[in-house]
Design a protein around this ligand. Structure first.
Ligand code: TXA
Ligand code: MG
Length: 352
């Protein structure tokens, strides 16, 4: 195409942060400090993966138990072999297909790698993010470590709370105490897919943008779920652990079960506002009923995932007594959104 129609070089391709900010952040990591940085999934709270004091600082900042393993983030030129005892052929195939991108692999940890990053387990989680700011930071830090630097980073939120998808969300979590690189809103919006290859067969530990079907297509074998079943088969959520929760009580129900709740509440407690998150195609008259704070949920699973955590944070500020969310279909395209919504709701199920 003619030159003038090309996006201006340096303008369209410029990072939202300066080279000096990247250098400063890499130096902070090098000194054992923490840096929150954008990835295409969610913002991470990063520290030098090979420095146990830095990893301990991550746990302390999050209020997270120290036996939880943290994902190690590698630059695109990084060598996964440095971190693992061996790289199975299946891992290489998934790396070729999905890196850089929202897929984390759990592999046997190399003996040289400090177990602090694995919460003491014999495995290590590896991921190469596609966000340009994450890549620039990882490259700059890696260069300070003979090309082998890795950044340990859980999501940059307090333990159990909703993951951040903007720099402002990170500031809302930690105040001014954490250095944040602002790379705009995360595109995927939910955490990476996690596949465990350390046990001799592929197992899906966390669903995300890369679906079980995507993985089956590459490996020629469906990943298993923790209960041993096929992750590409439709499934009811039964074993969800409470996590990813907003502060306002949240219930996840099929729309048929939400309607009577709204009707009853409407009659008894008209003074109390509830939030209703449902696809506009289902909400009908409840979209503009009195006392209902209606949010039209995206009809597309990728868009829903992108907006989910920002929505939960906004609903916490919306001054509603309760959040009612329409459960999405039990199909593979909704598996990741249903997983996060199910965990958010599970945090309140014990309270009735
Ligand atoms: O998208 C993501 O993965 C984001 C961004 C920042 O990259 N990170 C993230 O990290 O979600 P975090 O810490 O919130 O979730 C990490 C989870 C752990 O809770 C654990 O389930 C799993 O990854 N994990 C990490 N290392 C593991 C290991 N060695 N063995 C088993 N599970 C591991
Ligand atoms: Mg997290």
């Amino acid at each position: 195409m003619p030159d003038q129609q090309k996006p201006a070089e340096g303008a369209a391709n410029a990072l939202p942060v300066t080279a000096a900010q990247i250098e400063q952040a890499a130096a902070l990591l090098d000194a054992g400090g923490l840096v929150a940085f954008p990835t295409e999934t969610v913002y991470g709270l990063g520290g030098d993966a090979e420095n146990p004091d830095a990893v301990a600082r991550i746990y302390a900042a999050k209020g997270r138990p120290a036996n939880h393993p943290v994902i190690v983030h590698l630059a695109p030129q990084g060598d996964p072999n440095y971190w693992v005892e061996y790289l199975p052929a299946e891992a290489q195939r998934l790396i070729d297909a999905f890196w850089p991108g929202p897929l984390t692999l759990i592999l046997k940890r190399a003996a040289r790698i400090n177990p602090a990053v694995s919460g003491g387990q014999d495995s290590v989680g590896l991921r190469c993010p596609s966000h340009p700011v994450a890549q620039a930071l990882l490259e700059a830090f890696s260069a300070l470590r003979d090309g082998h630097g890795g950044v340990a980073a859980p999501s940059a939120n307090r333990f159990g709370h909703v993951s951040p998808t903007t720099a402002q969300h990170v500031r809302d979590e930690f105040g001014g105490t954490i250095h944040v690189l602002d790379g705009g809103a995360s595109d995927v919006g939910i955490e990476s897919t996690i596949v465990d290859l350390s046990r001799g067969f592929p197992a899906l530990l966390r669903p995300g943008r890369v679906t079980p079907q995507d993985i089956a297509d590459v490996l020629g074998e469906a990943p298993r779920l923790p209960d041993g079943s096929d992750a590409t088969a439709p499934r009811a959520s039964g074993t969800l652990k409470a996590h990813y929760a907003p502060r306002t009580p949240l219930a996840l129900l099929p729309f048929e079960a939400i309607e009577p709740l709204l009707a009853a509440r409407h009659a008894d407690r008209a003074d109390e506002r509830v939030a209703l998150v449902a696809r506009a195609s289902r909400a009908g008259r409840w979209a503009d009923a009195e006392g209902v704070h209606f949010v039209a949920a995206p009809e597309d699973p990728h868009v829903y995932a992108r907006e989910l955590y920002g929505l939960l944070r906004a609903l916490d500020r919306a001054n509603v007594a309760r959040i009612l969310i329409e459960k999405l279909p039990d199909t593979i395209e909704w598996i990741a959104v249903n997983d996060r919504l199910g965990r958010a709701a599970a945090a309140f199920e014990a309270q009735g």
